[in-house]
Design a protein around this ligand. Structure first.
Ligand code: COA
Length: 267
């Protein structure tokens, strides 16, 4: 159930990197439910075809175009396919990301580079290559998916922390540079999102209930809730919001929130 009118994004086209699963698929689902057409872009065509068919069985509102965001030529081809299929690009969602738990001392330089390349360079690549199309749109917006690791020091997360902090900086700088051209640049920094690949990779086994007890709202968020925030940010309701990242984490990254709520709930 959405509180927004179901046609508020009608006539708009969104390209969503990492759109085949998790948070980004939740955003794709929300945008389609509000009238947008979406192009899902990630590495595996088969996965994208399945995800697109779930959103739009006849392909009229969702298509999948395989590309690795680290490969500018492949990304350009996916952008060209999107424009050929749907006529332009109004919304870019930069969601493609890579992550795993690793102590910084045991992280190879290539492992660090892989995450920086997917998250940060991938975000820049997609923004830069979509730029000519966004310039032609009257509702142009880039939504960058960040994470609370960007501003909250997090054990075993130096690599995504650095990558997401750089993405937040791009949100500010591109918002500033591209504002006069009519392109808004915004971000969402979600906390833990139930049922996603990220949660599987980052939550130590057996810790889920304990973690929830330490959260101020006593639960993680959902892909549907992040989808609703995305609909707001890419819609005209947020037309004066740019250069800003909205933290959607139920206050879990507030200093000492975990310690306080953990004690209150008898952990
Ligand atoms: N701990 C430490 N190092 C790891 C690792 C782990 N769990 N997983 C991968 N690496 C290292 C590899 O050993 C390699 O470094 P090396 O060449 O020095 O050995 C480097 O990272 C790249 O790994 P590779 O598997 O070749 O890269 P890739 O480009 O195929 O994959 C990743 C990128 C590593 C980010 C992979 O986890 C991925 O594809 N993730 C996408 C999905 C995802 O993470 N979703 C959650 C988002 S929150």
């Amino acid at each position: 159930m959405s509180i927004f009118k179901d046609d508020i994004l009608a006539g708009r086209v969104a390209l969503i990197t990492g759109g085949g699963s998790g948070i980004n698929f939740g955003i794709a689902r929300a945008l389609v439910a509000h009238g947008a057409k979406v192009a899902l872009v990630s590495r595996t065509q088969e996965k994208l075809d399945k995800a697109a068919a779930e959103l739009s069985p006849d392909g009229s509102q969702a298509r999948g175009f395989a590309a690795d965001v680290r490969d500018a030529d492949a990304l350009q081809a996916a952008i060209d396919q999107t424009v050929a299929a749907f006529g332009g690009i109004d919304i870019l969602v930069n969601g493609a990301a890579g992550n795993f738990l690793a102590p910084a001392a045991q992280l190879s330089t290539n492992a660090f580079k892989s995450v920086m390349d997917i998250d940060t360079r991938g975000t820049f690549n997609a923004a830069r290559l979509c730029f000519p199309h966004l310039c032609k749109s009257e509702h142009a917006v880039i939504l960058n998916i960040s994470a609370t690791q960007a501003f909250m020091p997090t054990p075993l997360q130096a690599h995504p922390g650095a990558a997401k902090a750089a993405i937040d900086k791009l949100t500010e700088d591109l918002g500033l540079e591209w504002g006069p051209l009519g392109i808004r640049v915004v971000g969402i920094a979600p906390g833990g999102v139930e049922g996603t690949e990220g949660m599987k990779r980052l939550l130590p086994p057996g810790m889920e209930d304990k973690m929830k007890k330490a959260l101020p709202l006593g639960r993680f968020t959902t892909t549907d809730e992040i989808g609703q925030v995305a609909v707001f940010l890419v819609s005209d309701a947020a037309c004066y919001v740019t250069g800003a990242t909205l933290v959607v984490d139920g206050a879990s990254a507030m200093p000492l929130s975990g310690v306080f709520w953990g004690m209150m709930r008898g952990m």
